[in-house]
Design a protein around this ligand. Structure first.
Ligand code: CP
Length: 491
């Protein structure tokens, strides 16, 4: 079992937000309290969800927005947030007009921009790019979306919207529809929902289910379990629902609600329970080779089903036809409010990462419990690589700055390697001893090596690669050749 330690001791002084899991539950609570304080202090007279005025707590601070992919909401709400805080912004919104077009690496770019700004928000088409940026940056880096990996600040807006509408998250039933594979907003969102004990109901478009590594992580780290539900007629829902064990210590009272008691049959109650929120996503065509796909369309008819009668309908936007505009006037439509929360939420996050001081501003609690992870760093010219071709480790502009690195996760037969950058996992690999020049396709040598810092081994994708690098099967090395054994007996 992984030991626990206080992450505050291990974390560098500069805090980055690359994954929603970089934030503790307490951190999220602090962000929400701060956002709420800004909404109260700087209100818009007409709309309770809109910031209407500015403060000067962030004067003398500069935010750099470094966007290698298109954005409307994330970039402009971050910039609006910084200006509302009294700070300044500098923007690189188009890689075609920055030195990226000349071939400059991300690793160099962030080290340069760190001299011009106090905090960076980055969006990039490569999975794991934000983690690489954070490794090289001496100032806080916020992930504004990296490939199909994660979009944690969108999740903060989504959770905040859910909390505003429901006053809690715990024991909510949230359906997620559309491209669950390509949508980074979904990946951050399901981790957060699971952490806070919501029931997640996946409704993927055909072939667009949650990626295997996200599904596995939900089950193993966040203790979700699957309950099969019958597919309704004319209904786009999948046959599965994910349930979260509610008694986990990582679930905070922030979103508390009634506990689920499985022994009392509450799982079955959750099957019949109405949906509290339906989260719709567009087809992420930039992540797929196929540009035209059959895709579920959510409209009034769909939402007339009794189970959606009280559901908030959410969407990270932009939408491109999957959510009928005729639904906009329905009181269940909350997506424009969800986008509006981008300003107070991002004001709060910037304030907390920069340690701004002002009336009613909170501070990060500073440290939270997390599993201690074993880190394996691959030698540069040998061994296995991340299996995700879109991971930043494979970007030709970054290869000289980045090493393949993996966290060793799971245990026993389920031991896996999780890429530090994109978090995709490798299940099958062989472990080789640097000293003895043997390799083994079973896990025990790796488990033993974790106690010694993983420095004595090299991991390969398969036995062929290990042999090509001059290693021999441990079995062959351990068993003397038959002729020698026979000679020994003859003596
Ligand atoms: N929700 C979201 O990320 O929108 P943008 O792509 O416009 O930033």
């Amino acid at each position: 079992m992984a030991s626990k330690k206080m992450a505050s001791k291990a974390l560098p002084a500069t805090r980055h937000v690359v994954s929603i899991n970089d934030l503790s539950d307490k951190d999220i609570e602090t962000i929400f309290d701060t956002a709420q304080a800004y909404l109260k202090q700087l209100p818009d007279k007409h709309f309770s969800y809109r910031i209407g005025r500015s403060t000067d707590v962030g004067s003398n601070h500069i935010l750099a927005s470094l966007f290698y992919e298109p954005s409307t909401r994330t970039r402009l709400s971050f910039e609006s947030a910084m200006i509302r805080l009294g700070g300044q912004i500098i923007t690189s919104a188009d890689p075609a007009t920055s030195s990226a077009a000349k071939g400059e690496s991300l690793a160099d770019t962030v080290r340069v921009i760190a001299n011009y700004a106090d905090i960076i928000v980055i969006r990039h088409p490569r999975d794991g790019a934000a983690r690489l940026a954070a490794e090289y940056s001496p100032i806080p880096v916020i992930n504004g979306g990296d490939g199909s990996h994660e979009h944690p600040t969108q999740t903060l807006c989504d959770l905040f919207t859910l909390k505003q509408k429901n006053k809690r998250l715990k024991n909510l039933k949230v359906a997620i529809s559309g491209d669950l594979r390509g949508s980074r907003t979904i990946h951050s969102f399901v981790y957060a929902l699971a952490r806070f004990g919501a029931t997640i109901m996946p409704m993927p478009a055909k072939g667009m289910e949650l990626p295997a590594h996200v599904d596995q992580r939900l089950r193993e780290e966040f203790r979700c379990h699957m309950v099969s539900v019958p597919k309704g007629e004319g209904d786009n829902t999948s046959i599965d629902a994910l349930y979260v064990t509610p008694e986990e210590p990582h679930q905070q009272t922030l979103f508390s609600g009634p506990e689920i008691d499985r022994d009392a049959g509450h799982d079955l109650e959750m099957l019949d329970k109405k949906v509290d929120a339906l989260y719709v996503t567009r087809f992420q065509k930039e992540r797929w080779a196929e540009k035209d796909q059959a895709y579920p369309r959510i409209d009034r008819k769909f939402l007339n089903e009794p189970k959606y009668s009280d559901a908030s309908v959410m969407h990270p936007l932009p939408r491109v036809g999957e959510l009928d505009v005729a639904f906009d006037s329905d009181k269940r439509a909350v997506y424009f409010e969800q986008a509006a929360y981008g300003v107070p939420i991002r004001m709060a996050l910037i304030s907390l990462l920069l340690g701004l001081k002002g009336k009613s501003l909170h501070r990060f609690a500073g440290g939270f419990e997390q599993d201690e992870q074993h880190l394996y760093v691959q030698p540069r010219h040998i061994g296995l690589h991340c299996s995700n071709s879109n991971c930043i480790v494979h970007d030709p502009m970054e290869v000289q700055y980045v090493r393949n690195k993996f966290h060793v996760v799971g245990s026993g037969e389920k031991t896996r390697l999780r890429c530090v950058y994109c978090e995709r996992e490798i299940e099958h690999f062989v472990v080789a001893s640097k000293k003895n020049k043997w390799y083994a396709a079973d896990i025990p040598p790796l488990r033993r090596s974790t106690d010694h810092g993983l420095k004595d081994i090299i991991l390969f994708a398969n036995e062929t690669d290990a042999r090509a690098a001059g290693f021999h099967s441990r079995r062959a090395a351990a068993d003397p050749p038959a002729a020698r054994r026979a000679g020994g007996r003859a003596k």
